[in-house]
Design a protein around this ligand. Structure first.
Ligand code: UDP
Length: 377
């Protein structure tokens, strides 16, 4: 195999950003991925109904980071998309995050002002000044009844753990609102790429210094690779150290089984994402992709998400035990020179998309600090 300056394993957000940065700096870059496509878990494509669909679950971009926003705008036009989620709870449909409408609908009451909602929350919440886990985090925000109806079983289905067995940060991703705001996120920039994510990644990687190698598992070809200055690895950190006898404890990951249905009707549900926080069904949510960007078709495609233990690792599982195991891998990783671990799986962190962009950009800055700072936060 030809020699390259920079070797990158994984063509998702982290790998693609680093490839682009180094290519622009004049380095030759080889980026490989064991899948048959670029874009990592952001990969999307037009399905048989002509609907732009994400292969690995809906990806909603949101950020307050002006540097990241500027960066992604170099590679795609974006349209504003303020994501909303509804949940089927008992026989009712309510907005999530919890807001005034959620409480009114579930409890048949009629709060109208922020002050009334604040009072309702104050009467119902169980205070924990420093929530130690996901259960305390939710009880501290909304109290026991909403915890049971909306968070406890959804979390068990998603993680195969109850909220008490997870870091507070997992459940704190979802805010609680004392008003009628029914947006899932409150960031300044909330948008989707006009031509889809795959097209944006094609643009990021479109540089004569970048060679893309798909269908290639790094661990099967590593013996043929040499002469590079730096290696960036974005896969699961424990896979990298599989042959290290000192590291025997495996990290936990959650995977998703996406079950797709093509339907001969215009719409299946009234919103892009409908959550099912109850015990009555095994899936966590149903995504109907045509809602994103209001795509038109006389047919529709829906995807039910079942979270499972086995399969492609999507989510690290944030709790103390895994953090402890991860720290041993990190220790080994830090000993290596010119090998860098970057991204959600290699850092074993539950990053949002914008954080993944930010970390890759920052790593490049850190390593190549002779470059003028091109993207300030
Ligand atoms: N969550 C929940 N009920 C919901 C939505 C989320 O209990 O209806 C909890 C659940 O533990 C989930 C976490 O909040 O894993 C974070 O949700 P988010 O939507 O951010 O998860 P993602 O979209 O990354 O899967």
């Amino acid at each position: 195999m030809k020699n390259y300056d920079i070797l990158i394993i994984g063509a998702g957000i982290s790998g693609s950003v680093l490839a682009e940065r180094y290519a622009r700096k004049g380095k030759s870059v080889l980026i490989m991925d064991k899948r048959d496509h670029i874009a990592g878990n952001c990969f999307d494509y037009k399905d048989q109904n002509g609907i732009l669909t994400s292969k690995y679950g809906a990806h909603l971009f949101h950020t307050n980071d002006e540097g990241v926003w500027k960066y992604v705008n170099r590679f795609s036009d974006w349209y504003k998309w303020e994501h909303k989620v509804i949940a089927r709870v008992d026989d009712k449909t309510v907005p999530i995050p919890v807001n005034i409408t959620t409480v009114n609908t579930l409890f048949n009451i009629n709060l109208t002002t922020e002050v009334e909602m604040q009072k309702w929350l104050a009467d119902n919440r169980i205070e924990y000044s420093q929530p130690k886990n996901g259960e305390e985090a939710v009880l501290n925000r909304v109290g026991e009844v909403l915890y049971d109806k909306m968070f406890k079983h959804y979390t068990k289905k998603q993680w195969d753990k109850y909220p008490a067995e997870l870091h507070a940060s997992v459940l704190e991703r979802i805010p609680v609102r004392d008003n009628y705001d029914d947006r899932y996120f409150s960031d300044i920039h909330q948008a989707l790429p006009k031509g889809g994510y795959t097209q944006m990644f094609e643009n990021i990687l479109d540089h004569p210094n970048i060679q893309i190698l798909l269908n290639t598992d790094y661990f099967e070809v590593m013996d043929q690779l040499s002469g590079y200055e730096k290696l960036f690895y974005t896969g699961p950190v424990d896979r990298f150290f599989e042959f290290n006898d000192k590291l025997t404890e495996k990290l936990e990951y959650r995977s998703i089984n996406f079950v797709t249905e093509h339907l001969e009707k215009e719409y299946f549900q009234e919103n892009s994402v409908v959550n099912y926080p109850g015990k009555d069904v095994e899936f966590t949510r149903i995504v109907e992709y045509k809602h994103f960007g209001n795509q038109q078709s006389d047919k529709t495609t829906i995807v039910k998400e079942f979270t499972v233990d086995e399969g492609e690792p999507y989510y690290p599982v944030p709790n103390e035990k895994n953090q402890e195991i991860y720290s041993k891998y990190k220790e080994e990783a830090d000993k290596l020179t010119d090998v860098y671990f970057v991204g959600r799986l290699a850092n074993y962190k539950y990053f949002n998309m914008d954080q993944a962009f930010r970390n890759a950009l920052d790593l490049f800055e850190e390593l190549e600090c002779s470059e003028p700072k091109i993207l300030e936060n």
